[in-house]
Design a protein around this ligand. Structure first.
Ligand code: TYM
Length: 333
């Protein structure tokens, strides 16, 4: 029996992935690669929707690839590739832009969030059409599942709408994908601002990076914001800081929240933070070390990406050819 396809991706917009990327998505990517024929992409086209430094983008693209592998993506099983190495992404995005309504694109909350500070006029058109490129990333691979964190739900909904619309206008072409959002870790919160999601654009002290050294990781956990009542219990509303620490602890050790509360209740926040910091170092250090080893051999990493691009291009080109035919383009000779 052939396995169903799966696609997901991350932006190479920083020198490191963070704990939200890792626990919200990457852990699931690694666990799903046996049951699915998986395609994992580094979305460099998306990374230029906001101003970028070319040398940094190049470095961060390789750093992201190294972290995917170090965190468990097996490139014998799964295709790991860079989005700009597969021209069909930009090509399909154009076709999908032509069946997306302006109002529909305007309802995407990411654009609203990202333009809140500096206003719409200084944003690029690429930032506006970003979710349509994401729909193209996905639909090219005919995936059944798209493993992502909660913040991507709206983009997957748009992708489904566009697939259904295209299929009904031009005949069955795309598989309509499902978001695979794992309940427990779908939203990891910032350690300094525990009601906001952990993100690159948040407070650097509240952001735990995979490439951080051990001392930095420990320091960030030890200075995590909690509250003043001193009680250890899980209550997202009343105790967002402590609840985030408990769910991070649970995610990194596999222990249940009840079990952790049982152990730490009455013990004060210091012990919880200290042990959590230790568990985080134990989970992150091997990934960082492996990523650094991989980065030391750029030629080998590039060869892995070339192999992934060849596998991705084969599938993507077949879908694009079908789409071009369906919309009425004559075949190129
Ligand atoms: P990006 O690069 O912001 O994030 C990559 C993945 O990490 C998840 N994530 C989180 N999960 C839990 N808690 C958090 N605090 C947290 N922060 C990030 C995201 O949900 C995501 O799964 N638009 C996408 C990239 C993209 C993509 C795609 C994803 C482009 N094309 C096609 C899937 C399929 C993005 O910016 O993710």
């Amino acid at each position: 029996m052939t396995k169903p396809n799966l696609l997901s991706g991350m932006q190479p917009s920083a020198g490191s992935l963070h704990l939200g990327n890792y626990l919200g998505a990457l852990v699931n990517w690694a666990s799903m690669q046996d049951a699915y024929n998986a395609f994992y992409c580094i979305v460099d086209l998306h990374a230029i929707t906001v101003p970028q430094d070319p040398a940094e983008l190049r470095a961060n693209t390789r750093r992201t690839a190294a972290q995917y592998i170090a965190a468990g993506i097996d490139t014998d099983k799964s295709a790991l590739f860079v989005q700009s190495h597969v021209p069909a992404h930009a090509q399909l995005a154009w076709v999908l832009q032509c069946i997306t309504g302006m109002g529909e694109a305007g309802r995407m909350t990411q654009f609203k969030d990202k333009t809140q500070k500096n206003g719409v006029d200084s944003a690029s058109v690429g930032l506006y059409t970003y979710p349509i490129l994401q729909a193209a990333d996905i639909l090219l691979y005919q995936p059944k599942a798209v493993p992502v964190g909660e913040d991507q739900r709206q983009h997957i909904e748009l992708t489904r709408d566009l697939a259904i619309r295209f299929n009904s206008r031009f005949g069955d072409t795309f598989v309509v994908p499902e978001a695979a959002i794992q309940k427990e870790n779908a939203k990891i919160y910032d350690l300094q601002n525990p009601t906001a999601k952990m993100s690159k654009s948040g407070d650097p002290k509240g952001l735990v990076n995979i490439m951080d050294d051990n001392a930095t990781i420990v320091k960030k956990f030890k200075s995590a914001v909690t509250d003043t009542d001193g009680e250890i219990r899980f209550d997202r509303e009343a105790k967002p800081g402590v609840s985030n620490l408990l769910s991070l602890f649970s995610a990194m050790t596999g222990r249940s929240i009840e079990d952790l509360v049982g152990q730490y209740a009455g013990g004060g926040y210091g012990a919880l933070k200290g042990d959590l910091a230790e568990a985080a170092v134990a989970a992150i250090e091997p990934i960082r070390t492996r990523a650094e080893e991989l980065l030391a051999d750029a030629a080998q990493l590039d060869a892995i990406l070339a192999d992934g691009a060849a596998r991705a291009n084969e599938v993507a080109e077949a879908t694009l050819a079908k789409v071009y035919d369906r919309v009425g383009f004559i075949a190129a000779r």
